[in-house]
Design a protein around this ligand. Structure first.
Ligand code: SAM
Length: 291
């Protein structure tokens, strides 16, 4: 087996040899701890029939760990300067391919067809650039891309919000948006010392097991999203107040009260106490009255 990329010494040597300077604006915090990589790959449950999409391979630290287990890894990297570095570090892994693109602009639907017709399942695994965590996760989830799980290193506080249960202070629109599409589990907390440079925030590994069907059935999905976003607009307000002020129109308050009654939700409750199923019932009751 070749020498691991993710050690402080080897990383330093690779960066120096290629004269590479890390760019903060691209969220370049590279992993230099092989135990963490082992934990990420284990949490992702990769086998030789699995295809992996990696977002942001950096100098290939996680990519090589994935390539040792998976059938194929396609790593999407925005920073062109990393391409020659990756060509060098990943040369022992013919099953790892690097694509130069912004993941948010890439045609991922086509990529899945082109690159992964010969695998049993595709999983997303990444140490994400923190400045675009939510858009990247929602691109996979909302886009209903054909991936079975997403295992990512992200900011700890965001992982907490995504995996939060109703009634907790972390629970909010992001929890529902993610849990509507996936079962969410915070796998482990990760100290800043395992990255170069160390990020200023704590990190965590999040595992999302994508549901075959969303967690609830609703008449209109985008209206459902509007309803729960409106319900969290002001966390101190009751659900009824949030709906009248943020979903509107205000003059339809009586119908909103009726809808809450039909959904068996006390109008004085706060959004953070409602489950996804309750939001779904409420959304349908509002939809039939207001739309
Ligand atoms: N996987 C490497 C590791 O664990 O050491 C690097 C992770 S680093 C936190 C994030 C990587 O994502 C960087 O290589 C960065 O250049 C890349 N990146 C940032 N924004 C991106 C985007 N929109 N699309 C694709 N890659 C991006």
């Amino acid at each position: 087996m070749t020498k691991d990329i993710a050690t402080p010494l080897r990383t330093k040597e690779i960066l120096a040899r290629h004269g590479f300077h890390l760019k903060k604006s691209l969220g370049q915090n590279f992993l230099i701890d092989t135990n963490i990589l082992t934990n990420i790959v284990e949490a992702a449950e990769i086998d030789e029939e699995t295809g992996v999409i990696e977002v942001g391979p950096g100098i290939g630290a996680l990519t090589e760990y994935l390539a040792r287990k998976a059938k194929k890894v396609v790593a999407i990297e925005i920073d062109q300067r990393l391409l020659p570095v990756l060509a060098d570090t990943l040369s022992p892994y013919p099953n790892a391919e690097v694509i130069h693109s912004d993941v948010l602009k890439a045609d991922l639907e086509q990529l899945l067809i082109d690159k992964f017709s010969d695998v049993k399942q595709v999983k997303v695994v990444a140490n994400l650039p923190y400045y675009v965590t939510t858009p990247i996760l929602m691109r996979f989830l909302e886009g209903r891309l054909d991936v079975t799980s997403i295992t990512v290193m992200i900011q700890s506080e965001v992982a907490q919000r995504i995996a939060a249960k109703p009634g907790t202070k972390e629970y909010g629109a992001l929890s529902i948006a993610a849990q509507y599409y996936a079962h969410a589990e915070r796998v482990m907390t990760v100290p800043a010392s395992v990255f170069v440079p160390p990020p200023r925030v704590d990190s965590a590994v999040l595992h999302l097991r994508v549901r075959e069907e969303p967690a609830a059935k609703v008449i209109d999905e985008s209206y459902f999203f509007e309803v729960f976003h409106a319900s969290f607009a002001n966390r101190r307000k009751t659900i009824l107040n949030n709906l009248t002020h943020n979903l509107g129109p205000k003059e339809r308050k009586p119908e909103m009260e009726e809808a809450l009654q039909e959904a068996a939700i006390d109008p004085k409750r706060r959004g953070e106490t409602l489950s996804i199923e309750e939001f779904a019932t409420l959304s349908d009751a509002l939809y039939t009255r207001l739309k």
